[in-house]
Design a protein around this ligand. Structure first.
Ligand code: ATP
Ligand code: MG
Length: 569
């Protein structure tokens, strides 16, 4: 597992930054830096994509005049949709990046790509093959044996041109022919054994409709799209390393502008799957409520969960960029949002599992306004008024009748502090006759401890959060745990399906929580620290003025710092 430095503030050097800096020095691209983020609109973006977005937009922004394009790589008509295009745009924007007027679609290049294909045919570098998919596979050979040339390999240029134009015209069924590059059936790189450039697919495309029934393959489309857009550094993930030879071949044979492909290691996170195919499965089979389920590692899920754009950008910076695959601890992602919210989220009081407390010596009907600091980490955050009265609620787990030794919270005869309010002392308890459960705690308060500090300097060990019964608002709170119970759910050694590792306890809904009245106007998406309980965000979908719903973003417990400390020992 990686152990990134969590204290870095200046962009740390990485091998891609070095390559770009070197190219600027040698003036390789006339001082230009042009990158692109090229998602396929076949799903929602996830935290892995955020790494690529931060890298591509980040590198462009670090150089004067540098730009990053948003390009939809949409050559597979069967899986792509406008809904995905829209979600991708809103996610990239939310992360804080701007492609200005440079929104491109590979599908806008279809005509141009077709002409490039014709050019390859004319140069004797591509041919129409009429073998079936199955036969093509057989002819390809294996890693240890060379392939064989297709019987259609030596078709004349004229015949190829004729067939290719008739493929476009819709004269043939799916699979009847393909266009292949003429390279080397004995190449050590299987991808170079006459790769397919075009296939026939009588499927409507979400943008081009039925205009096309032949579609270009990724390896033909991507390099040429990069070339058309004048990309300088085409940054992609490691699995495309093997495709680089073909990327270069196509551009060299066509003698067009030639960007440089650079590969980096994709992000893998513990307890998480980062593959659109798997995420789609979770959505479609109802294991989650949608792409934006707060347990999903999608940008929209993280947003709904309460993550901030800055926390995700900081995370992406911290994990760095390497040339070797590794697994990043999800605790580092949680650390990043905790760090950001600690500085910016106002602190309020919310009781998740309420237990009634009656202050017997507090006048009935009296209501007091007390001062509460909004965020001690932020001097500009100011104060607010909170209401105190005779009947309050505290957290069930903050009271124990027979406590173990180190329990410093409320127990019979013990005095504790109510945050921002008074010292109270437990004098009596009321139990449910049937279950024996404590349902009410009676206390006395010391009027000389207003604000939570004793005039005589008397100390207490425990400080509890609370709400006033007559003023608190009802709320639903959703607590989350990892979506998967296994550290690496994608590991296939055991042959088990990744879904078998789903954590059955990833969501806990608490429907009778009480929060302080200042949250009445909390806007959807706004974030708070509930004292002692963690960071919470008003759910953007299910919360309303009459039925507040909060998602817990993270607990306060910093597992990442703990891991770091343990490592340092
Ligand atoms: P998935 O494997 O999740 O389906 P993908 O690679 O098919 O992802 P694309 O839409 O093609 O998804 O990805 C757009 C860009 O994001 C590509 O450049 C891809 O390399 C990058 N990317 C995808 N997943 C990750 C990841 N886990 N870490 C870093 N970059 C990623
Ligand atoms: Mg892809």
């Amino acid at each position: 597992m990686k152990t990134p430095d969590t204290k870095q503030t200046v962009p740390p050097p990485n091998f891609i930054r070095s390559i770009v800096a070197q190219d600027m020095k040698t003036d390789k691209y006339d001082g230009r830096v042009v990158t692109r983020f090229p998602p396929e609109p076949n799903g929602y973006l996830h935290i892995g994509h955020a790494k690529s977005i931060c890298l591509n937009f980040g590198i462009a922004a670090e150089h004067k005049g540098g730009i990053c394009n948003l390009r939809f790589d949409d050559t597979d008509p069967s899986k792509e949709e406008m809904e995905y295009v829209e979600s991708i745009k809103s996610d990239v924007r939310w992360l804080g990046f701007d492609w200005e007027d440079r929104q491109f679609f590979a599908s806008d290049y279809f005509e141009e790509l077709y002409h490039y294909a014709v050019q390859l045919i004319k140069a004797g570098k591509a041919y129409v093959d009429s073998l079936s998919a199955e036969e093509i596979r057989k002819y390809r050979g294996t890693l240890t044996e060379p392939g064989r040339e297709s019987p259609y390999h030596d078709r004349s240029i004229d015949e190829n041109l004729d067939l290719f134009s008739r493929m476009r015209a819709g004269e043939f069924n799916d699979g009847a022919h393909v266009l292949r590059a003429k390279i080397d059936m004995a190449s050590g790189n299987m991808l170079m054994r006459d790769p397919t450039l075009y296939r026939i697919r009588h499927v409507s495309h979400y943008r081009t409709g039925d205009k096309w029934c032949i579609y270009p393959m990724y390896d033909f489309t991507h390099c040429l799209s990069d070339s058309i857009e004048g990309i300088t550094h085409s940054i992609c993930t490691l699995e495309f390393e093997i495709n680089r030879q073909l990327y270069d071949w196509v551009l060299d044979e066509l003698k067009v502008y030639h960007p440089q492909q650079i590969e980096f290691a994709r992000l893998n996170l513990t307890y998480t799957v980062l593959s659109k195919r798997k995420l789609i499965e979770l959505v479609e089979r109802g294991h989650v409520t949608g792409w934006d389920d707060p347990r999903m590692p999608t940008i929209s899920g993280l947003r709904r969960r309460g993550y901030t754009p800055a926390s995700i950008r900081n995370f992406c910076e911290r994990i760095g960029v390497a040339k070797r695959d590794s697994m990043v601890d999800v605790a580092l992602l949680e650390y990043s949002v905790r760090e950001d919210l600690n500085k910016h989220a106002p602190r309020v009081m919310g009781v998740l599992r309420p237990l009634k407390v009656v202050i017997d010596n507090y006048p009935e009907g009296k209501v007091e306004e007390l001062d509460a600091e909004n965020n001690p980490e932020d001097s500009s955050a100011g104060k607010r008024k909170i209401l105190f009265s005779r009947v309050l609620y505290i957290e069930k787990e903050d009271f124990m009748e027979d406590p173990p030794k180190k329990f410093f919270r409320l127990t019979p005869g013990r005095e504790v502090r109510l945050k921002h309010a008074y010292y109270i002392k437990c004098s009596d308890i009321v139990k449910d006759e049937k279950t024996g459960e404590v349902i009410e705690v009676h206390c006395t308060y010391d009027p000389k401890t207003r604000g939570g500090w004793s005039e005589d300097g008397r100390k207490v060990r425990g400080t509890l959060h609370w709400v006033s019964a007559g003023h608190a608002l009802k709320a639903e709170v959703r607590l989350y745990d990892h979506l998967f119970a296994q550290e690496n759910p994608s590991e296939t050694k055991t042959g088990a399906d990744f879904k078998s590792f789903l954590n059955p306890n990833s969501l806990e809904r608490l429907t009778s929580c009480l929060v302080e009245p200042s949250l009445a106007d909390a806007a959807p998406g706004s974030r708070y620290q509930f004292l002692r309980q963690g960071y919470f965000c008003v759910d953007s979908k299910d919360s309303s003025a009459t039925a507040l719903v909060f998602n817990r973003t993270v607990t306060l417990r910093d597992t990442w710092a703990k891991i770091q400390r343990a490592r340092e020992k």
